[in-house]
Design a protein around this ligand. Structure first.
Ligand code: ZN
Ligand code: ZN
Length: 562
């Protein structure tokens, strides 16, 4: 059992753990960090910026008080974990009221880099510093300034400094304690007397304010379903949906329009590096949402405007697991069952956390063995993780060539799908994929065969074109069977619902009695009217809304437009 320390500096409001340890170091008069480490932790430690978990548990054993409570207050008051915590929940997270004091942070040893993102600088607001010195007698480092993406002081609306403005020396160095603001920069610059008139960018201030509120709110880990439901509701309210599902392209465009590329680039390293393919991704990995804090904040800022609205919305969501969530299950299972795969992928993730713009070329140079192993055993993950466009990847698997072949096959066999005998079936994506010479899992389709996949998306038959083909089939059958009355016969034989049937006839001004006559040629009629296989129908709405009143209004509107 380690002996209790004679003293450890009291925390100032919102002070970082590194700041408290650095102050201890100064007060103790220890000549080296190693000596301070020995006293506080009993060994050398690396002070991880977000949650120095290892250091905390060693220190707790040397502080007076109930260890659980001491740990709780250190984590809550001196680390950044409360800002990350809400985004680290899994579906297995207990409901909010069931979380006991202290258990809240039970997972603090395993903070995934993909949620934490990049960190490692120490940022300073000189106005906060001056205020702290005059109010509390000493300056210190504020947690609120260190949250990833924060570039301004939300209190003073000033840009934060990351280093000396004169000699550019950074405030923080890996494996070192902080010496400023308690002493001047070796070049002579004095942080406490530094005056600035530069105003921070308004967006930076909003981001910083949201982040600071998030940190102090100390929310519990939320279930991914709660967050995703809250996001989706707002996305839908903003109209950023395509056919009732979220259009991430539209969301990204809206973010660019609202915030501008400059702000997004300076806040999020992956955006700056142009890694936009899965920039906004609400899929799960190891049960957690795969999105770094910066993007949660950017998305929430846009959707909810401020922290209070965000908090109210997520806490109002039900705890029910989300059914239709895209879960990278295959990934997780494969990774869990293969420790080698896991460690190789982790190496890449670790490098990405330090170096978000790392490319495949860089990986080869930096860690040849990792690149080599993953390239042989886990190529699609590697290429996706490094955002390598499949088109640029060497085509050793022949996917590129196959993709081109598939495009030809689909184009050549497409008409055949419309020429089958009997009652027409809708030409769905599934039927289009069925034209390919081999069956391909949907998950691979887009990644390996992007051109064929895109072609299938554009070629799938619209609901209304399918209805027209059914009506034409009904006409043919009614003629063949000489069934009467014409209206009922065509409808029944076509198998089309009466609402859709009436809508089509109304739209084209077709009379059932004339339709059964040999003079009526629906096919050339459609060509004349310019109706194609992706025709959106009498209204631009889905068939669910095809009521008569609605339909008539749409037809009138078309009349006016014409
Ligand atoms: Zn400030
Ligand atoms: Zn300097």
């Amino acid at each position: 059992m380690p002996t209790v320390l004679p003293f450890f500096p009291e925390s100032h409001p919102d002070e970082t753990f590194l700041s408290r340890v650095s102050r201890y170091h100064l007060l103790s008069g220890n000549p080296t960090k190693a000596a301070t480490d020995q006293e506080l932790f009993g060994k050398r430690v690396i002070l991880d910026f977000v949650v120095p978990a290892q250091a905390l548990s060693s220190l707790v054993a040397r502080l007076p008080g109930e260890p659980e409570l001491v740990m709780q207050s250190l984590v809550q008051e001196n680390t950044l974990l409360p800002a990350f915590s809400p985004f680290l929940g899994t579906e297995a997270t207990p409901a909010r009221q069931e979380i006991q004091l202290g258990q809240h942070y039970s997972g603090l040893g395993r903070l995934p880099q993909r949620v934490v993102g990049m960190h490692g600088e120490s940022r300073l607001c000189v106005e906060c510093l001056r205020e702290d010195v005059s109010k509390r007698g000493i300056g210190y480092w504020h947690r609120g300034h260190q949250i990833p993406g924060v570039q301004a002081c939300w209190r003073h609306h000033r840009p934060l400094l990351q280093g000396c403005p004169v000699c550019r020396r950074p405030f923080a160095r890996p494996q070192h304690l902080l010496s400023m603001p308690w002493s001047n920069c070796p070049c002579g610059w004095q942080p406490t007397t530094h005056a600035t008139t530069t105003k921070a960018n308004e967006l930076d201030v909003r981001y910083a304010e949201f982040s600071a509120r998030l940190l102090e709110a100390n929310l519990p880990p939320l279930k991914p379903g709660q967050l995703i439901r809250a996001y989706r509701q707002k996305i839908a309210a903003h109209g950023l949906v395509r056919k009732s599902s979220v259009s991430w392209t539209a969301v990204l465009d809206a973010l660019k329009l609202e915030f501008g590329g400059e702000f997004l680039s300076s806040t999020d390293p992956a955006y700056r590096a142009g890694q936009l393919r899965s920039w906004l991704r609400l899929s799960l990995l190891e049960g957690q949402i795969e999105l770094p804090l910066t993007r949660h904040v950017i998305l929430a800022l846009y959707l909810f405007g401020d922290f209070d609205a965000f908090k109210a919305s997520v806490l109002a969501q039900t705890d029910e697991p989300l059914e239709k969530l895209r879960v990278s299950k295959k990934d997780t299972v494969q990774e869990e069952s293969d420790p080698k795969l896991q460690s190789m992928r982790n190496k890449v993730r670790h490098l990405q956390a330090q170096w978000p713009t790392i490319s495949l070329d860089d990986l080869w140079k930096r860690s040849y063995a990792t690149a080599d192993w993953l390239y042989q055993h886990d190529r699609s993950w590697l290429l996706q993780a490094l955002q390598v466009q499949t088109e640029q990847a060497p085509d050793t698997d022949g996917y590129l060539e196959q993709d081109a072949g598939f495009v030809e096959t689909i184009n050549a066999r497409l008409d055949g799908l419309y020429e089958t005998q009997g009652k027409p079936n809708r030409v769905t994506k599934e039927r289009l994929r069925g034209l390919l010479p081999k069956s391909i899992p949907i998950a691979q389709m887009k990644v390996r065969y992007p051109r064929a996949s895109e072609l299938i998306d554009t070629l799938k038959e619209s609901y209304w074109h399918f209805i027209l083909r059914r009506v034409m089939f009904g006409i043919g059958e009614a003629r063949r069977l000489q069934a009467a009355p014409a209206n009922t016969a065509i409808r029944k034989l076509s198998g089309v619902h009466s609402v859709a049937f009436d809508a089509v006839l109304d739209h084209f001004n077709w009379e059932p009695e004339q339709m059964v006559l040999p003079s009526f040629d629906a096919k050339s009629e459609l060509v004349r009217l310019g109706v194609n296989r992706q025709w959106l129908g009498p209204t631009n709405q889905s068939h669910n809304h095809g009521g008569r009143r609605y339909k008539n209004k749409a037809v009138e509107d078309r009349g006016k437009a014409a």
